[in-house]
Ligand binder design. Sequence first.
Ligand SMILES: O=C(O)c1cc(=O)[nH]c(=O)n1[C@@H]1O[C@H](COP(=O)(O)O)[C@@H](O)[C@H]1O
Length: 241
Amino acid sequence: MARPDSPRARLIAALDTAEADRAAALAAALAPECGLLKLGLEFFAAQGPAGVARLAAAGGGRAAPVFLDLKLHDIPNTVAGAVRAVLPLRPAMLTVHAAGGAAMVAAAREAAERAGVLRPAILAVTVLTSLDAAALAATGVAGGPVQQVLRLARLALEAGADGVVCSPQEVARLRDALGAAPLLVVPGVRPPGAARGDQARVATPEEAVRAGADWIVVGRPITGAADPAAAARAIAEALPA
Ligand SMILES: O=C(O)c1cc(=O)[nH]c(=O)n1[C@@H]1O[C@H](COP(=O)(O)O)[C@@H](O)[C@H]1O
């Protein structure tokens, strides 16, 4: 998929809510202010594919493409089936967990190819931005987040992922190591002074883009603001041109 051509287009607004009305209101307010609207597990679990289709039909998906963040992680056959099942929703981006292995990522890519030229970009989530070094070590991974993110990114890209999801703290290392081709999508982004919440590996939107992020993903600092559209605009305006 095409890379963003403006600071506004770099911003992905995460609509993490279970409520259809709230998601629709956020989508209407935020579609003009960002490049993509992200619908994730919370919305999908509550509203299902029909909820995604309704949101897109109501205008959100026309004004801003939908990033369906399901973080699929299962055996290759099951992941391929799930990818095929969501293709009618025409997501622009779709996530799988790189930790599912090369065959799983390859199966996701192959299934996505069925949609032809308008297929979703397959993004592989590396190490969740909520994990710090100690939490990652506790899962049995030797080496710190940077090493693990690099390992999983290489594995996923070789298996056919179009890009990866990583924290702002690894993005410069990934760009250096992997070059310009992979799409780098970066959550764990906090404007100066914003609450970090459950995010562990964070940086500001400006730092993430300067380090090489193609897109930044921002949820609560936008959706929790009194005026979400103004919050999104302020974040985009602070990004380097
Ligand atoms: O795949 C993602 O988008 C993702 C990966 C990751 O490692 N960390 C992460 O926070 N995300 C998503 O990015 C969004 C971040 O939301 P906030 O922490 O509210 O800005 C959420 O929708 C997460 O599901």
